[in-house]
Ligand binder design. Structure first.
Ligand code: FAD
Length: 346
């Protein structure tokens, strides 16, 4: 029986671990941060919880639907009220795509990061947190993983790398493996481009008198400084009555220009843009928070032909970088597919 190391406890890595355990293959997940679920992230502030990365996921894909509704516990799965409307560069708002809006949108009562926790619990996989994998070392038939201070994290029969492609590329750059495979992996992974996104969360401790007609607004032409605005209040369990919490994701181009700036100095600009889109919000928030997502979503897919060459020697990849779109269901499918491929060759 193989033992597999998985780098990254985002939804792709944890889906891979889940599928491997279903197939009787043991795995260990190494995660550089303290939490599970990666960019499907939730932050807490007292009784409030806010999804400041991925806002929701859909279960239109049958494999994902089966996993979410049938396999994993669904007692805390909640449907989000309200539609997603659109806006253009002039802040003109329109009702969104009626077909898309018919599809339910989901998160969890405790926040979207609960998905990672449920995946981990379902497989019982050992997740070693705050363990950044620095490099892989070829030990003939085995792969040794090493952390940043040069400690060995163990030897494994195969490795699944699920870090976003630029971070995966850095792991391979630092690794010791056959030159031809190393070079083609680096070339493929370094081609990947991810957009950054600056996220702001603002909260009001009194009830805002809004005539709310939507859950969220998304910019359709990509020409507005704001990409996305949504109300956490529409998610059951996220915001206590009498409060209002908004998530505002700034556009990739605005975010690139302001990545190095102090968020406190950026807040007035963000609020000004918000009031163009929702003029009823004309008061300063009672509290706010922010997050810089340096690698928010891939702009295009990595060329997987080059990645596949490494599979014969036990290095596999998964994650949204292989799909070319930042979507939770696609990351789940990528993790499941990679684990199935690895298991088929066992
Ligand atoms: C602002 C924002 C909004 C989004 N909105 C939506 C949305 O509404 N709906 C939707 O479906 N999707 C959305 N997405 C995209 C979605 O979150 C991602 O596509 C998905 O979560 C990617 O999962 P993943 O497992 O591929 O990667 P990740 O979640 O990035 O997981 C990779 C993990 O690897 C870890 N890691 C990296 N390097 C190392 C290392 N060297 N050693 C150990 N661990 C390492 C990271 O810490 C991370 O936890 C959004 C993303 C962002 C950032």
């Amino acid at each position: 029986m193989k033992e597999v190391a998985i780098i990254g406890a985002g939804v792709s890595g944890l889906s891979a671990a889940f599928e491997l355990s279903r197939q009787g293959i043991q795995s260990v997940v190494f995660e550089k941060s303290r939490g599970l679920s990666g960019r499907a992230a939730t932050r807490r502030r007292g009784q409030i919880c806010m999804d400041h990365g991925a806002n929701f996921f859909r279960t239109t894909d049958p494999e994902v639907a089966h996993l979410i509704h049938e396999t994993l516990p669904s007692v805390d799965l909640v449907e989000i009220k309200g539609d997603v409307w659109t806006f253009d560069q002039d802040s003109v708002i329109s009702p969104g795509d009626p077909e898309q809006n018919k599809q339910p949108k989901y998160t969890y009562r405790q926040g979207i990061s609960n998905l990672g926790k449920l995946l981990q619990a379902a497989s019982g996989t050992d997740v070693q947190r705050q363990q950044r994998v620095k490099r892989l070392i070829d030990k003939e038939q085995k792969w040794e993983l090493e952390n940043e201070v040069g400690d060995s994290l163990g030897q494994f029969d195969a490795v699944i790398v699920t870090a976003p492609a630029p971070q995966a590329a850095q792991i391979i750059v630092d690794s010791i493996l056959q030159n031809n495979i190393r070079d083609s992996l680096i070339q493929a992974l370094q081609q990947a481009r991810y957009d950054p996104q600056f996220a702001f969360v603002i909260g009001f401790t009194d009830e805002l008198r809004l005539q709310k007609r939507f859950h969220a607004l998304v910019n359709q032409d990509g020409q507005h400084p704001v990409s996305w605005i949504s109300f956490e209040d529409d998610k059951p369990g996220h915001v206590p009555n009498g409060n209002t919490v908004l998530v505002i994701q700034m556009s990739p181009s605005w975010s690139s220009r302001h990545l190095e700036h102090n968020p406190e100095h950026l807040l007035p600009q963000v609020l000004e843009q918000l009031s163009c889109l929702i003029p009823e919000i004309d008061q300063a928030p009672d509290w706010w928070d922010s997050q810089r997502w340096l690698l928010a979503a891939p702009r295009s897919a990595v060329d997987t032909t080059n990645l596949q060459q490494a599979e014969s020697c036990g290095i596999f990849f998964a994650g949204d970088g292989l799909v070319g779109r930042g979507r939770v269901p696609l990351a789940i499918k990528s993790g499941l597919a990679t684990a199935k491929k690895l298991a088929a060759g066992k």
